[in-house]
Design a protein around this ligand. Structure first.
Ligand SMILES: C[S@@+](CC[C@H](N)C(=O)[O-])C[C@H]1O[C@@H](n2cnc3c(N)ncnc32)[C@H](O)[C@@H]1O
Ligand code: SF4
Length: 364
């Protein structure tokens, strides 16, 4: 049963130097055409389930005008939801406003995610993100004043030129904001982005790992649980929507370039606006046979402190992970821990989790 839904809004008011997501410059005429197509996609595929989580991401949903946002929420009104639905929208510091936040509240949004990334002007300018530390402070105060308390902020690190001291200052600033969830992103230099085209070299593996460990120590000693490789939450504030992904549960993905997992099929939508507009929504579909599904269950589950649940694995696949994969060596060396309930990778090896997973299921 599909209980979660991701909706992608591909418009941004500016384009960051590193971003490889499905996005384009905001344009009101394109936006209206996009919303028409999005409505058609939802009408064609949504089967009326009560949703436990809804997540509007981007791109930059807050690049839309007040009227466009109202239209978006009217389209989404047809999505049925449980009483305690987690309903998140991503907001950017440069285009958030009181009026937009009030619309979110009116339409039932109860969780906000803000891409803060850094507080250093030189780093923000390298990333081509147009705001200052003062703008961040104003945004967070506004969110709290309006009544949002379930908030996530994104922190980016491993940025060329960034020092450990810079990161320390960002962490202190983030902690002082007193926000219940922090998602961290190690900067990836992707091809076909401005940084990729300029052949900017990434930071060294050693510094990246040092920063990763620093973030862990600092946030864990301030009431945050490092519950997934890149995510930290206070008690009661883990992202229900993202847990859907990591538990290998099904979810709708609507919008340009969105991906979803419905009725045993994983799909990715086209990133081509014209195709999307012509209602050629799906670009790729992959039927999950039991082996693929098992691999996903392991790859996703081992990203979290919950790990892979034995009961769930047995119910879904009729066997134990041990019956299917040779893991005795990993267990002996402590890379993988087995308890009565689950298998998990201990934090000390999270940085190596990709290598560990590849070692026993053999996929990258
Ligand atoms: C794609 S953005 C969408 C939300 C919003 N537009 C924003 O900029 O915050 C989601 C997160 O992905 C991060 N991100 C995008 N490209 C990245 C990259 N190449 N490396 C690391 N993080 C990246 C962004 O910085 C942001 O925190
Ligand atoms: S990081 Fe966010 S704001 Fe920047 S280009 Fe990507 S989606 Fe747009």
């Amino acid at each position: 049963m599909t209980r979660s839904c991701y909706i992608h809004i591909p418009f941004c008011s500016h384009i960051c130097s590193y971003c490889d997501f499905s996005k384009m410059y905001y344009n009101s005429s394109w936006c209206n055409r996009y919303l028409d197509a999005l409505e058609k996609e939802i009408n064609s595929y949504y089967k009326g389930e009560e949703l436990e989580t809804i997540y509007i991401g981007g791109g930059t949903p807050t690049s839309l005008s007040v009227e466009e946002l109202k239209r978006l929420f009217t389209i989404l009104d047809q999505l049925k939801r449980t009483k305690d639905v987690e309903f998140t929208i991503e907001c950017n510091v440069e285009n958030i406003s009181l009026e937009k936040l009030k619309i979110f509240l009116n339409y039932g949004v109860n969780r906000i995610s803000v891409g803060v990334e850094s507080t250093h002007l030189n780093i923000l300018s390298f990333l081509e993100r147009p705001y200052t530390k003062e703008d961040i402070l104003r945004t967070i105060s506004l969110l709290k004043e309006v009544g949002f308390e379930n908030i996530n902020i994104d922190l980016m690190y491993a940025i060329p030129g960034e020092s450990i001291e810079d990161l320390e200052q960002d962490l202190n600033f983030f902690l002082a904001l007193d926000i219940p969830h922090i998602a961290t992103y190690s900067l990836m230099i992707e091809e076909h982005t401005k940084l990729g085209n300029k052949k900017i070299e990434p930071i060294s593996e050693e510094v990246d790992e040092e920063m990763y460990q620093k973030i862990h120590r600092k946030l864990e000693s301030s009431d945050y649980k490092h519950y997934e490789i890149s995510n930290f939450g206070k008690k009661g504030y883990f992202s229900k929507h993202n847990l859907t992904y990591w538990r290998n549960n099904e979810y709708y993905g609507f919008g340009l370039g969105a991906s979803g997992f419905v009725d045993g099929i994983r799909y990715t939508n086209t990133k081509n606006f014209h195709k999307y507009e012509k209602e050629e929504f799906r670009q790729e579909e992959e039927i999950m046979n039991s082996n693929l599904d098992m691999e996903n269950e392991i790859m996703l589950g081992l990203r979290t402190i919950e790990g892979v649940s034995k009961e769930r694995f047995q119910k879904k696949f009729g066997c134990d992970l041990k019956d299917k994969y040779e893991i005795s060596d990993l267990l002996e060396k402590g890379y993988l821990i087995e308890t009565k309930e689950n298998y998990y990778i201990p934090f000390s090896y999270w940085y190596l989790s990709n290598e560990i997973i590849v070692r026993f299921i053999g996929v990258e």
